[in-house]
Write a protein that binds this ligand. Structure first.
Ligand SMILES: C[S@@+](CC[C@H](N)C(=O)[O-])C[C@H]1O[C@@H](n2cnc3c(N)ncnc32)[C@H](O)[C@@H]1O
Length: 307
């Protein structure tokens, strides 16, 4: 059966305003939502047109759970047989109770960001634990930004290793993401030291795939991975072509695998490239598996302290 990963963006707005967010301030972002062009019922009905295919869902933003319609949509979509396990949503977990109540499903593996400026450790832990009981947690994502690391040390007197251990107690993998502003900035004077710090948590291969010099290589993105725009057009990061119309149940993947030389900005993109062996399906749990394995052989325990 044909299988596709479809990416949706309910809203670019967010209820949090993290000082390190690479998207900038929420107020400055587009106000358009996924439900402005088509109602939630139209989105639900359209997904039924793909019932002869397997569909994995990915949502990000903004905060997808900011919108009431997101819960209605997910409840309906996740109940459909052709929606696969391993659907991923990036969320700040502020709305954990509402998620648990309105769209509980273990087909969903949430990428639960821990933004310390907005959640106490107790709050975050409680929310993640609740979702974990429903088998809905892919991982906790902690950005190693200056403010997060400072707050962890000064307010909680904890190292990042302590934080990882705390979530491990409930069987949750905590990812330590290099802050793009530091890790991707070749002019950052402490970049090598910062990289060594991050490489305790993710493998050098993942670091390279995410931010290494991009080389032209074949990529399956235009064959299996598409963004569904708010008007229903299916597009791909690989080129500017339109690959179908969601509301007509159309999907016309590229006939041949294409080559791409753009760098990949996210964990969800690079497994589609043919220069690596990462499994692109259920990619969040696959990422966790790879890096859990990697961490078993890491002996160092260094911290990174900002002056
Ligand atoms: C922009 S957020 C939006 C989704 C959702 N509201 C959330 O908080 O997860 C998407 C992902 O980017 C990560 N992120 C935000 N700023 C970052 C930065 N400066 N460096 C690395 N990752 C960052 C977040 O932790 C999250 O996993």
């Amino acid at each position: 059966m044909e299988k596709y990963l479809l990416r949706f963006v309910p809203t670019m707005k967010c209820n949090f305003n993290c000082d390190y967010c690479f998207l900038g301030k929420s107020v400055d972002r587009a106000a358009e939502t996924m439900f402005d062009h088509h109602s939630v019922n139209e989105w639900i009905e359209a997904m039924k047109l793909y019932s002869d295919k397997e569909i994995e869902i990915y949502m990000w933003g903004g905060e997808p759970f900011l919108l009431d319609d997101t819960y209605t949509l997910l409840k309906a979509w996740l109940a459909m047989d052709h929606i696969t396990e391993g659907c991923r949503i990036d969320t700040n977990v502020y709305f954990a109770d509402k998620i648990a109540e309105r769209c509980p499903s273990n087909k969903l593996k949430l990428n639960c960001s821990y933004h310390m400026q907005h959640h106490t450790l107790e709050d975050e832990f409680k929310k993640v634990k609740k979702l974990k009981k429903l088998d809905m947690v892919g991982m906790v994502n902690f950005v190693a930004s200056e403010s997060n690391l400072r707050q962890l040390r000064e307010e909680y007197h904890m190292s990042i290793h302590d934080l990882i251990d705390k979530f491990a107690e409930i069987g949750v993998f905590m990812n330590v993401a290099g802050d793009f502003a530091l890790a991707n900035n070749e002019k950052y004077e402490r970049r090598d030291e910062y990289m060594d710090f991050i490489l305790q948590f993710i493998s050098p291969r993942e670091w390279e795939l995410l931010r290494g010099k991009s080389k032209k290589c074949k990529c399956d993105a235009g064959k299996h991975f598409f963004t569904v725009n708010n008007d229903g057009r299916l597009t791909s990061c690989i080129d500017d072509a339109v690959y179908g119309d969601f509301f007509k149940g159309e999907i016309t993947p590229a006939k041949r695998v294409k080559k791409c030389k753009k760098g990949c900005q996210s964990l969800i993109s690079y497994p589609w490239r043919q220069d690596n062996e990462c499994n692109p399906w259920n990619s969040l749990l696959e990422y966790v598996k790879r890096n859990e394995e990697y961490r078993k052989n890491v002996q160092t325990k260094i911290d990174f302290i900002f002056d």
